[in-house]
Design a protein. Structure first.
Length: 516
C-alpha cells in the first residue's frame, strides 16, 4: 500500500486509506484549520501477512500524546483503544482490530500532558474482504461483557488448500478482528503449526512449524522476531514458554523409529538443548491398553499432544493421547501417572510403573477400590478417568484441569461426550479426586474425539471449554464455550464452522487473549 502523506493544507476531517487495486487517491474532504498536525500516514497491512492491521504515523508541530480508538460497530464494548508511549512530535503506532471489508473509523485524539484532548480527528481506513478460508461464526449465547473480549483461534479450516494454517482472533460479537496469512511468506508459506500459537510474556506469538522443523516468534504483524532450530529433529504439537523464557517443545527424535515421544528444553538465548525427556525410557512403549485407528501404535505409541510446566517443583506434565498423563522430574523419572490402571508394567529403564498410578477418591475422600473403576471398565458416580485427553493445565489452586476427549471411553466408546474436568492430586499419597467437571451433560453436541483445549480465566472465575472437532452431530465445526466456574452456567458460546477441514477439525484450540 502506498503511503499517503497529507500536507496541512490538504488535511481532511475524513482521511481515507483505500485498498483499491489502482491505489487512486480518495476524493478530498473539507479542509480543516489545525495548528497541531503536520502530516499523517496510515500504512495498511505493512508486513503483508496481517490484513486487519496498520501502522499510523503522525507528525505534529508540538509534542503531544496520542490515543487511537478503532471504533467498534457493536458499541463501546467492541472498541479497541491504543495509546502512544509518551509525548512526541513524531509518533508511530501499531493498530490492530480492524474489521474486514469495512470502512473502519479511527478516532485520533491528540492529548496534552494532563491527558486533556487538544484535537480529535477521524481517519477512515477501508479494508479488503476476508480470504475465503475464514469460517462462519455463530454466537449461540451472547456475552454480557462490557469490554472487548478476544478469542485466538488456532484454526484448521480452509477453502481450497490446507496449508498454510491461518490463526485468527474474533471478538465476543463474532467479528474477526485479526488474522495472519503466511501464504506469501518466504520461510513459512507451508506452515503447519499443529497446536497453534501461544502468547509470550512479551506479547509476541510463539509457534512451531512441522514443515520446516523450527520454532518461531513473531509479532502481531506476522514479522518473524526470532527462531530456533531443533538440531535435525521434527516439530509436532506443542511449544510453550517457561517463566524463565526457555522453551519446552515436543519433538520427533530423528534418531528413533518412533515419533511424538520426546520433549526438550531449549535455551532461549543460545538455542541449545538444556534437557531431554525420552518417554521410551520413563514409560512402557509396548503398552497397548488404548487402541486407536488414527495411528500406528508401533510407530506412534504415545502421541504427546501437549506439555505443561510445574513451576512449584520444576517438573513437566505431558499428555499422551494413547497412554494418559505423566508427570516427570528433571531426570526423566516418573512422579505420577494419571490413567486407568490397565496394563502398566515396566518402563524402558526397568522401573516398575504401577507404583506411580493414582488411586481415585470418592466425594468423601474414601479410596475407590472397585477393580472395574480402577481398570476403567466402568465409572464411579464421583469419578471418571480422562480418555484420549488433551491440554492438561495447572490451576491457581494447584489442581490439574484436562480436556477429557472421551474417545474409546471405558474401552467401548461409551457416551460419547467430552469434558472439562478438574482433578485434585496428592502426589505423596498417590491419590486423585475429581472436584469439578463440565460437558457430560452436553453429550454429542460438544463431543470432540480429537484436538481441543480447556483454559481457566482467573479474572472471571470461568472455564473456556473448546471442543475443536466434529461437534454438532459430526459436522466439521468447533465450539467456544465459556462456563461460570461456580454455577456451571454458560456465559458465552460460539460455533465456528469452516468451509472445509481435515478430519472434521475446525481448530486445535482457542485461547482468550489480551493482545491489542
Amino acid at each position: 500500500m502506498k503511503s499517503r502523506i497529507l500536507s496541512l493544507a490538504l488535511l481532511c476531517l475524513f482521511l481515507i486509506v483505500s485498498c483499491s487495486e489502482d491505489d487512486s487517491p480518495p476524493p478530498p474532504g473539507p479542509e480543516i484549520d489545525s495548528d497541531l498536525i503536520e502530516s499523517v500516514e496510515v500504512n495498511l497491512n505493512p508486513s503483508g501477512y496481517a490484513p486487519l492491521s496498520a501502522i499510523l504515523n503522525l507528525e505534529t508541530t508540538s509534542a503531544v500524546s496520542v490515543q487511537v480508538t478503532v471504533q467498534g460497530r457493536r458499541g463501546s464494548a467492541s472498541n479497541v483503544v491504543f495509546n502512544s508511549s509518551g509525548a512526541a512530535t513524531d509518533i508511530s503506532m501499531d493498530i490492530f482490530g480492524l474489521y474486514a471489508n469495512y470502512e473502519n473509523q479511527l478516532e485520533v485524539a491528540l492529548l496534552d500532558n494532563s491527558g486533556n484532548t487538544l484535537e480529535s480527528q477521524i481517519i477512515a481506513v477501508q479494508t479488503a474482504p476476508l480470504i475465503g478460508d475464514m469460517p462462519d461464526i455463530d454466537i449461540d449465547t451472547p456475552s454480557s461483557a462490557n469490554e472487548l473480549e478476544l478469542n485466538l483461534v488456532n484454526y484448521f479450516g480452509f477453502a481450497t488448500e490446507f496449508r498454510p494454517q491461518r490463526p485468527f482472533i474474533f471478538d465476543q460479537f463474532g467479528d474477526i478482528r485479526w488474522y495472519l496469512d503466511f501464504s506469501s511468506h518466504p520461510s513459512i508459506s507451508q506452515l503447519f503449526y499443529d497446536n497453534g500459537m501461544t502468547v509470550l510474556q512479551n506479547g509476541n506469538l510463539l509457534f512451531g512449524d512441522g514443515t520446516s522443523g523450527r520454532i518461531f516468534e513473531s509479532d502481531l504483524f506476522g514479522r518473524i522476531v526470532d527462531s530456533w532450530g531443533l538440531q535435525g529433529n521434527g516439530f509436532h504439537h506443542h511449544v510453550i514458554e517457561k517463566p524463565d523464557g526457555n522453551l519446552l517443545v515436543t519433538i520427533n527424535d530423528a534418531a528413533k523409529t518412533t515419533v511424538e515421544d520426546v520433549i526438550v528444553e531449549i535455551d532461549r538465548n543460545s538455542g541449545s538443548f538444556l534437557n531431554r525427556w525420552d518417554l521410551n525410557n520413563s514409560l512402557d512403549n509396548t503398552r497397548r491398553a488404548w487402541p486407536t485407528d488414527l495411528a500406528d501404535l508401533d510407530f506412534d505409541w504415545f502421541h504427546a499432544n501437549s506439555v505443561e510446566y510445574s513451576s512449584t517443583d520444576n517438573e513437566i506434565i505431558v499428555s499422551g493421547r494413547t497412554q494418559g498423563i505423566v508427570k516427570l522430574n528433571q531426570n526423566n523419572e516418573v512422579s505420577y501417572i494419571l490413567a486407568p490402571h490397565r496394563e502398566w508394567n515396566t518402563s524402558g529403564d526397568g522401573t516398575p510403573l504401577a507404583q506411580f498410578l493414582l488411586t481415585p477418591l470418592d466425594a468423601d475422600d474414601n479410596p475407590i477400590t472397585d477393580p472395574d473403576v480402577l481398570d476403567g471398565t466402568t465409572n464411579h458416580p464421583d469419578f471418571e478417568w480422562s480418555w484420549y485427553q488433551h491440554s492438561p493445565i495447572l490451576l491457581p489452586n494447584g489442581n490439574l484441569m484436562v480436556f477429557d476427549n472421551g474417545d474409546n471411553r471405558n474401552y467401548v466408546d461409551a457416551g460419547p461426550y467430552s469434558r472439562a474436568v478438574e482433578y485434585e492430586i496428592d502426589e505423596v499419597n498417590k491419590t486423585i479426586k475429581q472436584v469439578w467437571s463440565y460437558g457430560k451433560e452436553r453429550g454429542a453436541e460438544t463431543y470432540a474425539r480429537i484436538v481441543s483445549k480447556v483454559s481457566f480465566l482467573e479474572d472471571k472465575n470461568s472455564v473456556l471449554f473448546t471442543p475443536g472437532s466434529a461437534v454438532q452431530g459430526g459436522t466439521p465445526g468447533g465450539k467456544v464455550i465459556e462456563v461460570d466456574y461456580d454455577s456451571r452456567n454458560v456465559i458465552f458460546e460460539a460455533t465456528i464452522t469452516p468451509p472445509n477441514s481435515i478430519f472434521n477439525i475446525s481448530f486445535h484450540n482457542v485461547l482468550r487473549v489480551d493482545v491489542f
